[in-house]
Design a protein around this ligand. Structure first.
Ligand code: ATP
Ligand code: MN
Length: 466
C-alpha cells in the first residue's frame, strides 16, 4: 500500500481533512536553507513544478543526518501538514521523521547549482529530468500526448498501429535507416555483385519508417477516420534545431475529407491542444514563460484567438518576391520554401499562422491529389510562428491512373507498393490526412528553441548515448 501523498495533491488545496494530521511525502531536495534552529527543505517529487516546504526543527534531528540532506538527495519525510507560516505556499510539513533514501554529494552532483544552459543539460540528458525545466517539459509532453488521444477518440477516430519496419522506400530511401540482421562484415552477394537481401531477416531490404501515412490510408479507406501516433525515423544528416533522427508523429487520415475539411481539422486540432495546455498545465506553462520565453503565453493565446490564413503557394511566392526582404535562399516559383521564407510569411507579413496550399507537384510527394492546372497538388503545410512548418499534409490522389502516372513520372519503384495501389483499384474514395511532428508541437507549447530539449532522449547525428 502506497502511504505517501504526492506533492501535487497536497498543494492543490482540497486537503482539508489532511490538515493537522501526520502524512508521508517522498521526493528530491531542491534546496535547503535555514539557521541554527530550523531548516527549510524544498522538496520536489516530480508531480508538479512546485516544491513542498518541509520544516525541520534542528533540535529534533541528528546533526549528521541534517548535513547529509543536500540538493539532489532523496528523502522520505513523515510529518504534520499545517498551514504555512511563510508566504509562497499554502501548506508545509513539520518534519517528525526523515529517512534519507539516497544522498547526492555536493562535490560531484551535477545539478548542485541552478541556471545551467540547455547545452550543458543535453550532455547530462540522463539527469536533466530532475531539473525544474525538464520536469515541466516532460509533464507538458505527457499532457499533450494524452490530449491528442482524447481529441481523436472524442471525434470518432480510431488509433491505428502502423509498422515501424517497412519495405517501402517510396518517400526517399536516402533518408532512411536500414534494418538488417546481415553480418555487415560478411555480406552475402548476388551474382551481379549486389547485397543479397533475400538472405536477410525479412527476405527483402527493409527500413525504419519515415511515416505511417501509406498504411494509414489503408485504415482510413476501411474504418473511415483513423490516426497514428508513433515514432518515425529520418536519417537526414541535417543538424538543425528543428530536426531529430527519431521523432514522434501524429497522422490522422480521413476518408471523404477534401482539402478544406483537412485544413479545418488541422486548425481545430492544433487549437484544441493549445487550449488543453492552457487549461490543464497552468503552473508548468507559467514557469516556461517566466524562465525561457516571455512571449510564450501571449503567443499561445494569440494563435488560439485568430483564424489561420489560408493561401495558395503561388500567392505566397508573390508576397515573398515583393517583400524587399533579403533571403539567404532565392525565391522563385517552384522552390521548396525554406524556414526563413515560412517564418517571414508568418511572423512578418501575416503575423498569424498560415496554411499554404496548392504547391508545385515537383516538390511534393507522389500521392498528393493533382489539381486541374496540371502543375500543382492539393498539399497543405501549416506554418507557425517560431517553428515554421508544424504540419504537412494533403488531399490524396484517389484516381488510379493519375496516381500511377505520378509514380512513373518520378521513377518510383512500385514493386513493393502494389498493396497501396490496390486501395485505388477497389472502392477508392476521396480522402485526406496530415502529419503533425510531436516535437515541433512541443517546441511551440514549451517555448524552447531547440528540438533536442523537448524529447527525453534525443537522437541526432552522432548522438545516441542516452
Ligand atoms: P521539414 O521540411 O521541416 O524538414 P518535412 O516536410 O520533411 O519537414 P513531412 O514529411 O511533411 O516533413 O513530415 C510531417 C511533419 O513531421 C512536419 O511538418 C514536421 O512537423 C515533422 N517533422 C518532419 N521531419 C522531422 C524531423 N526530422 N524531426 C522532427 N520533426 C519532423
Ligand atoms: Mn512537409
Amino acid at each position: 500500500m502506497i502511504k505517501h501523498i504526492e506533492i501535487a495533491r497536497l498543494l492543490k488545496g482540497d486537503n482539508e481533512q489532511l490538515m493537522g494530521t501526520s502524512i508521508e511525502v517522498k521526493g528530491w531536495v531542491r534546496t535547503k536553507r535555514g539557521n541554527k534552529h530550523v531548516a527549510f527543505i524544498a522538496l520536489n517529487d516530480g508531480s508538479t513544478i512546485n516544491n513542498l516546504q518541509v520544516v525541520a526543527d534542528v533540535e529534533r534531528f541528528d546533526d549528521e543526518l541534517l548535513k547529509r540532506i543536500t540538493t539532489g538527495a532523496c528523502l522520505h519525510v513523515t510529518g504534520k501538514l499545517v498551514a504555512s507560516q511563510g508566504s509562497g505556499q499554502s501548506v508545509e510539513v513539520q518534519a517528525e521523521q526523515i529517512e534519507i533514501y539516497g544522498e547526492a554529494s555536493p562535490e560531484d552532483y551535477p545539478l548542485q547549482k541552478k541556471g545551467h544552459t540547455p547545452e550543458f543539460l543535453r550532455s547530462i540528458a540522463h539527469m536533466r529530468p530532475r531539473t525544474n525545466t525538464y520536469g515541466a517539459i516532460l509533464r507538458l509532453r505527457h499532457h499533450m500526448a494524452f490530449a491528442i488521444h482524447k481529441y481523436y477518440n472524442d471525434h470518432g477516430f480510431f488509433y491505428l498501429h502502423t509498422p515501424l519496419i517497412t519495405s517501402s522506400d517510396a518517400e526517399g530511401a536516402g533518408d532512411m535507416f536500414h534494418v538488417t540482421t546481415l553480418d555487415l562484415n560478411h555480406l552475402p552477394m548476388t551474382e551481379e555483385g549486389k547485397v543479397d537481401y533475400e538472405q536477410d531477416f525479412f527476405g527483402k531490404h527493409t527500413n525504419l519508417t519515415v511515416s505511417g501515412q501509406l498504411e494509414g490510408e489503408l485504415g482510413a479507406l476501411s474504418l473511415g477516420k483513423i490516426y497514428t501516433f508513433g515514432p518515425t525515423f529520418r536519417a537526414e544528416n541535417s543538424n538543425t534545431p528543428r530536426h531529430l533522427a527519431e521523432f514522434w508523429m501524429i497522422e490522422p487520415e480521413m476518408a471523404f475529407y477534401e482539402l478544406e475539411d483537412n485544413m479545418d481539422l488541422a486548425e481545430d486540432f492544433l487549437k484544441y491542444l493549445i487550449k488543453y495546455a492552457i487549461d490543464n498545465c497552468e503552473d508548468d506553462l507559467k514557469f516556461m514563460n517566466d524562465m525561457w520565453d516571455k512571449e510564450l503565453l501571449d503567443r499561445l493565446h494569440f494563435v488560439l484567438e485568430h483564424p489561420f490564413i489560408r493561401l495558395p503557394y503561388t500567392e505566397a511566392i508573390d508576397i515573398l518576391q515583393k517583400s524587399g526582404q533579403k533571403f539567404e535562399f532565392p525565391v522563385y516559383w517552384g522552390v521548396d520554401l525554406q524556414s526563413e521564407h515560412e517564418r517571414y510569411l508568418v511572423e512578418k507579413h501575416f503575423k498569424c499562422p498560415v496554411i499554404l496550399i496548392d504547391y508545385p507537384a515537383e516538390i511534393k510527394a507522389f500521392y498528393m491529389k493533382q489539381n486541374d492546372d496540371g502543375k500543382t497538388v492539393r498539399a497543405m503545410d501549416v506554418l507557425f510562428p517560431k517553428i515554421g512548418e508544424i504540419i504537412g499534409g494533403s488531399q490524396r490522389e484517389e484516381n488510379y491512373d493519375k496516381l500511377m502516372k505520378a509514380i512513373t513520372d518520378r521513377n518510383i519503384h512500385m514493386k513493393d507498393m502494389w498493396w497501396y495501389l490496390d486501395t485505388r483499384r477497389w472502392g477508392t474514395a476521396p480522402h485526406s490526412g496530415f502529419g503533425l511532428g510531436f516535437e515541433r508541437l512541443m517546441l511551440f507549447i514549451t517555448g524552447m528553441s531547440n528540438i533536442r530539449d523537448v524529447i527525453p532522449f534525443p537522437r541526432t547525428p552522432k548522438n545516441a548515448e542516452f
